[in-house]
Design a protein around this ligand. Structure first.
Ligand code: TYM
Length: 335
């Protein structure tokens, strides 16, 4: 079976609906047909210099949300990035294969560093995509399920894998494919249908957080910006009706219903009906999700055990791959 790898950063107290629809729900769908590794990428979260106690808590909360969403630790390897030292070790090898200009062209780096200024921007933020490439290449992953915003990082990973094969011989690295499901790869901000849902888009007002009070989700959905077109036409048309189309995508994702079928049901009835029913559907999704997440969070020792087991399994896969790469690069074996 082919291997897949993906991860999320524990940067907030909760994942949001974009992370769930664009990534986590795809991971769950894939875990039966692939050997999957799903990682909480805590080393990546260090790039924003988090408070240590908060980082620890958020790492557990992220893992609990993977489990609550349906990642089965028996079928998939669920672990924390910093528990497997080889991620950082391989990142060094890859950083010596990455052009400075190549890394400078990463749009996420350009956006974030522009906001932080040159001394506020760490070297870690700059080399972040190299660590991400290491995450993927360390497991010979063939497929990487992510949202649209990670496409460029995946391209860099593929370029690096191809470069290794050219420089050090075929079979040095597996060239991974991005698995980006167009229909769900970019959930938009509820207050700004032109921007992806993220905490920075509209100061968080257009975000639905998976672990927050569902009442806040209801409020965010009911005040969602729809479209200037007041004909109350409800149809899936991301260009002419980005706001409505985003609501339909979310509706479909949390209910499993078909987008067009939902659109037909609400067409001509006014946006208010759509929003009220969507809010109910999101609450019906969030409540059991939160109950499951809280069960995992109520027993941190058990959660840590699941993560420790996952790390043991991840290390077993990673170690021979790291050794292969060390050998190809010409590093002298230790014994
Ligand atoms: P992160 O933590 O920002 O986001 C986690 C996942 O959620 C997806 N996503 C979205 N999908 C649809 N609509 C949105 N509005 C939305 N917002 C976020 C992201 O595309 C991502 O799939 N660099 C990565 C983490 C990472 C990684 C990896 C991923 C580190 N190493 C190796 C894959 C493989 C990141 O910051 O994702």
């Amino acid at each position: 079976r082919q291997r897949i790898f993906s991860g999320m950063q524990p940067t907030d107290g909760s994942l949001h609906l974009g992370n769930y629809i664009g990534a986590l729900s795809q991971w769950i769908a894939l875990q039966d047909s692939y050997d999957a590794l799903y990682c909480v990428v805590d080393l990546h979260a260090l790039t924003v210099n988090p408070d240590p106690a908060l980082l620890r808590e958020r790492t557990r909360r992220t893992a609990a949300q993977y489990l609550a969403g349906g990642i089965d630790p028996e079928r998939s390897v669920l672990f924390v990035q910093s528990h497997v030292a080889a991620h950082a070790e391989l990142a060094w090898l890859l950083s010596c294969q990455t052009g400075f200009g190549e890394a400078s062209r990463m749009t996420q780096f350009k956006d974030k560093s522009a906001k932080q200024g040159s001394d506020g921007t760490t070297v870690g933020l700059f080399t972040y995509p190299v660590l991400m490439a290491a995450d993927i290449l360390l497991y010979d992953a063939a497929l990487v399920p992510v949202g649209e915003d990670q496409r460029q990082h995946l391209e860099l990973t593929r370029d690096l894998a191809q470069r290794l094969n050219t420089r050090f011989g075929d079979g040095t690295a597996v060239v991974p494919e991005a698995h980006i499901v167009k229909a769900v790869a970019k959930i938009q901000d509820l207050q700004d249908p032109g921007a992806k849902m993220s905490k920075s888009s509209t100061g968080g007002k257009g975000v639905v957080w998976l672990l927050e009070d569902p009442k806040k989700a209801v409020k965010a959905i009911k005040s969602a910006v729809t479209d200037a077109d007041e004909s109350y036409g409800v149809r899936f048309d991301p260009v002419a009706k980005p706001g409505i189309s985003n609501l339909l995508t979310i509706f479909s994702a949390v209910t499993g219903r078909d987008v067009d079928e939902i659109a037909t049901e609400y067409d001509g009835r006014g946006y208010g009906y759509l929003k009220v029913d969507l809010a109910d559907a999101v609450v019906a999704f969030l409540e059991p999700f939160q109950a499951r997440a809280n069960t995992y969070l109520a027993d941190p020792a058990q959660l840590d055990k699941v993560l420790a087991d996952g790390a043991d399994r991840a290390r077993e896969i990673a170690q021979p791959v790291l050794e292969r790469l060390y050998e190809r690069f010409g590093l002298l074996p230790a014994r």
